[in-house]
Design a binder for this molecule. Structure first.
Ligand code: GCU
Length: 613
């Protein structure tokens, strides 16, 4: 396939190849509108610098008028085009993004591989260098701007060699990539290695050392000279063996502030990840609870971060499991700028083979946390070099919806899914209903198939795909279900690890009592006997069995419904392939998990269905 013909899924209607040399988002907006509208319907464009990211659509003298700022004008152009493609009436009025930073964090390595990437290799790295097809990068820009995403962090948070060079000997290559994305209002961000000065002749990376501080200031100066609109750094420090300030006895506030001060003169942001825990835990130690780590480390530092530091918190206390409660840290840092991190790359949620639409998850998070608790929205990217960009054609919904929720965290999952479906496929109403309703159910189906009731982690170690109930049980990662012949789950109330005490009173009370705890989080917070009776009268063990049987049946039903849709042939082939894998996967999960619990508990399925021995 010719790179220029890779059509970003929901932008199929934009068939004109983007030309080289677009100078600004305004010029891109003009190009897109011109190519889309017949001359006599072409909206009038009013550029208003002060409007920034926002836009306004009006009708004046029978003609549409789009006013917008530097990037707003481009977002407004896509909004106009979308409504036209969908055949809905234009929504007049103003629109502005709720979060100024809508960051796509790409775990791309410079050898071209992508950590937890399920859509092929990197779109911009190859053989240790920044290498890309400019036409495809322009399509990427169109795709990101169309979704409303405005920052691209291009390299893995685990900064492997030679990614350090992106801010050193390969800075020109970085600058060239930034220039390709500039006409789409997308700014570049880089993950940096906290210990970099150590390998560059400074001899230490101690954040309180003046030479270290000078080294970073000097580095920042060179970066912003090369990339004037550079967005800033992302840092994974003292986490999963990455270097950090702890090695020098310094706090994360001291580490983050040192870097933040180096980039502050240029308006740079320092995104510091709060994904920090002891990954060398002894599984025999039942008092240490990984879920508690981030709160214990960062809560005492609230108010001690500089103004341009953003602490980035994963949505749950663990690691993007199929279901987790919200991270208590998101509710406990009133004097710290926070970013909410989600993961489009479906590491634990089906790896872009199985369908897992994330919108209901995000709706729950924003409803629980409150949109105003955070100031930025970040997602681990699901993009790669595959022709359809996201591996599974339906996984594009998650990327599109991430942009929509970053723009408006009050977004309605159904409305966004419908918009994406209409832009992507233009199906008849009943067909569209089928697609939308199954996509919205996909998360709950996947949850039933895999680790229900908040258990999490029953995956194959390392790959994180497929069932392995004890795969993480005797390891150092702090991820245990502690299943035995009588009971399963971890007691996180005051009789156990007391993790629950990290929540504000109302949530604490909700979670600490098994009678009020939402069922889908029951085994996250409680250790329960298999014979304990659930709200609907079923025993816990029966519920574990039933969900796995139901999950498989619902997957079959979903497959039948989705495969009956008249999708374009190319997408259909891919959906068919992946549905086959999803069915195999659901079957494997059902049989392995049910057999596991049956062997442990010795309890038969009340409905006499086949459980393997
Ligand atoms: C998970 C994932 C890693 C990743 C890490 C992170 O643990 O498995 O691949 O590096 O999250 O978010 O930093």
């Amino acid at each position: 396939m010719n790179a220029a013909s890779y059509s970003p899924a929901w932008l199929r209607a934009l068939t004109a190849p983007l030309p080289e040399g677009l100078a600004s988002p305004l010029e891109t907006a003009r190009f897109e509108l011109n190519a889309f509208y017949p001359a006599d319907q072409m909206p009038e464009i009013c550029f208003r610098e002060e409007m920034g990211d926002s836009y306004r659509i009006e009708r004046a003298d029978g003609r549409l008028r789009l006013s917008g700022g530097k990037t707003g004008v481009l977002y407004g152009a896509y909004a106009l085009i979308f409504t036209s493609v969908c055949g809905t009436s234009v929504r007049l009025g103003s629109s502005a993004p709720y979060y100024p930073l809508r960051v796509l964090s790409c775990w791309d390595n410079m050898d071209g591989s992508v950590e937890r990437g399920y859509s092929g290799n990197s779109l911009w790295f190859e053989g240790g260098h920044v290498r890309y097809d400019p036409a495809r990068i322009r399509q990427l820009g169109r795709m990101l701007a169309g979704a409303g995403i405005n920052v691209l962090c291009v390299n893995n948070v685990n900064v492997h060699y030679p990614a350090q060079e992106l801010i050193a000997s390969q800075l020109n290559e970085t600058a060239a990539l930034a220039a390709e994305l500039r006409p789409f209002g997308v700014r570049l961000m880089l993950s940096v290695d906290f210990s970099m000065p150590l390998s560059q002749g400074v001899g230490t990376a101690d954040p309180l050392d003046e030479n270290v501080q000078r080294w970073w200031r000097e580095r920042a100066k060179r970066i912003w000279e090369a990339v004037p609109d550079f967005a800033g750094f992302m840092v994974k420090a003292d986490s999963e063996h990455r270097p950090g300030p702890n090695a020098y006895g310094r706090t994360h506030a001291e580490g983050a502030n040192m870097l933040a001060r180096a980039i502050a003169p240029y308006g740079g942001k320092l995104i510091w990840r709060a994904f920090v825990y002891d990954c060398m835990q002894d599984w025999r130690d039942t008092l240490t609870d990984r879920a508690k780590a981030a709160f214990e480390i960062y809560k005492p530092l609230d108010g001690r971060f500089d103004d341009n530091v953003i602490l980035q918190v994963k949505h749950g206390p663990f690691d993007f499991q199929v279901r987790e409660p919200v991270s208590p840290l998101l509710l406990s840092m009133p004097r710290t700028h926070l970013a909410l991190e989600v993961q489009l790359a479906q590491e634990y949620t089906g790896q872009q083979k199985d369908i897992y639409a994330m919108l209901p998850l995000w709706r729950e998070i924003f409803d629980t946390v409150g949109k105003d608790k955070v100031e930025a929205f970040t997602a681990v990217s699901n993009l790669g070099r595959d022709a359809n960009w996201t591996g599974h054609p339906f996984a594009a919904l998650n990327l599109f919806a991430f942009g929509a929720f970053g723009w408006d965290p009050d977004s309605d999952p159904e409305r966004v899914t419908r918009l994406w479906a209409r832009l992507t496929y233009g199906l008849k109403p009943a067909e569209e209903d089928t697609l939308v309703s199954w996509l919205l159910r996909s998360r709950s189906i996947y949850e039933k198939c895999t680790s229900n009731l908040g258990l999490g982690w029953m995956v194959t170690p390392n790959t994180h795909y497929g069932p392995n109930p004890w795969g993480y049980e005797f390891q150092s990662w702090g991820t245990y279900n502690r299943a035995d012949r009588n009971a399963v789950g971890v007691d996180r109330t005051k009789t156990g690890t007391n993790y629950v005490s990290q929540y504000p009173e109302e949530l604490k009370r909700l979670y600490e009592d098994p009678r009020s705890c939402p069922e889908n989080l029951l085994l996250f917070f409680h250790r329960l006997r298999y014979d304990c009776v659930m709200a609907d009268g079923r025993t816990l063990i029966q519920r574990l069995y039933d969900d796995h049987f139901d999950g498989f049946m619902e997957t079959e039903e979903m497959a039948r419904a989705l495969l009956s849709l008249p999708l374009p042939q190319e997408d259909m082939e891919q959906v068919e392939d992946r549905m086959r894998l999803q069915l195999e996967n659901a079957r494997e999960w059902r049989d392995v998990t049910n057999t596991f619990f049956h062997r442990l508990s010795g309890v038969e399925d009340a409905r006499g269905r086949k459980i393997y021995e």
